[in-house]
Write a protein that binds this ligand. Sequence first.
Ligand code: HEM
Length: 349
Amino acid sequence: MFDVSRDQERFSSYDEGFVIWDLEEQELALHRANFMGMRPADHSAVKQVVLPAFSPKAMQVIIPEIDRLAREIVDDIAGRGACEFVFEVASKLPVYTFCELMGISEALRSRVVDLGNAMADVETRREGALDPTLELFAIAEQVSEQKRRDPDGSLMSVLVHDKSLGLSQLNINMLFIVFAVADHETTRSTAAHFMYLMSTHPDQYRLLLSDIDGHLENAIEEVLRYTSTTTNFRRTATTNTEIGSQPVKRGDKIYLSYAAANRDPSVFENPDVFDITRANARKHLAFGTGPHVCIGARLARMELQALLKQILTRIPDFRISGEPQWLRSIWFNAITQLPISFTPGRREA
Ligand code: HEM
């Protein structure tokens, strides 16, 4: 995994794209315009522009806002005694955070939630169903226009005013979509997995509740390790070479399995055991590694901390009250429906 992920020259995400299925020429062109599928030099130039928005300093500014949003989301359900966790709770925070990051007005937020959900469910979208891409492009253009007139500290403002890259509107739209998708399904699923795993491992849940501040951070790392919401990406060998001692031919498709890396018995003792006190849980590769390592890892951790802290302190006796549903996917390990019930808590916001 390290050998492949860290060597973009030998193992490309540009040549044949970064998803495990093969792409038509037109799809491949779109993937190449996408941050994740760019040529190494282009990728690194765009990354320099985008990275400051995810720095520890930028995150410090956004933390109070994320806390407020998490409180607001749990406020909406806390008094009810029951809800469907995935869409009524987990999917909202990543989309609201995306809106904050991009400087999108609150008026557009609920529409972006719907489009983000439709976008995240790329593998289950039925033939003929509305493709959310065009509407997201239209929103990206509307927000770009507004930032051109009124610059602010948002990532969208940085993108439209950047002089070093000369990004076209199509490039900006594509980046907008990448961020809309990359932060959504992943963060939403990790929160849902957390709830499911705590319900199915009551000893671990009791331990967590005995010292929330002491255990929550590591518990989130263990959920990331144990579930690997993004199970794989793809690279293509650019030359005849080898991985370990395994020969690889130019053009071979390489399956990067984050799920397998996260259960590697040479790294994780008893890898199939879910243990929130695991000392090296943070060594997981759920965010990948190398030049394409998840740029939003810090943000995702903060979102999960904020949301789960609200859940654990306000509706700690939650239980699963209906059959969970899982996404049929060769890419994401995701729960798509998780009904829960709990003793109604109080509003706080
Ligand atoms: C629990 C939540 C998340 C998980 C599990 C996750 C996982 C991943 C993984 C596995 C990769 C590919 C890494 C590689 O190729 O080695 C990735 C890339 C990426 N992620 Fe995340 N991600 C999460 C949240 C986020 C968030 C919150 C954002 C942004 C707001 C984000 C933005 C991105 C972007 C832009 C890339 C592409 C990076 C590049 O190609 O340089 N992700 N993520």
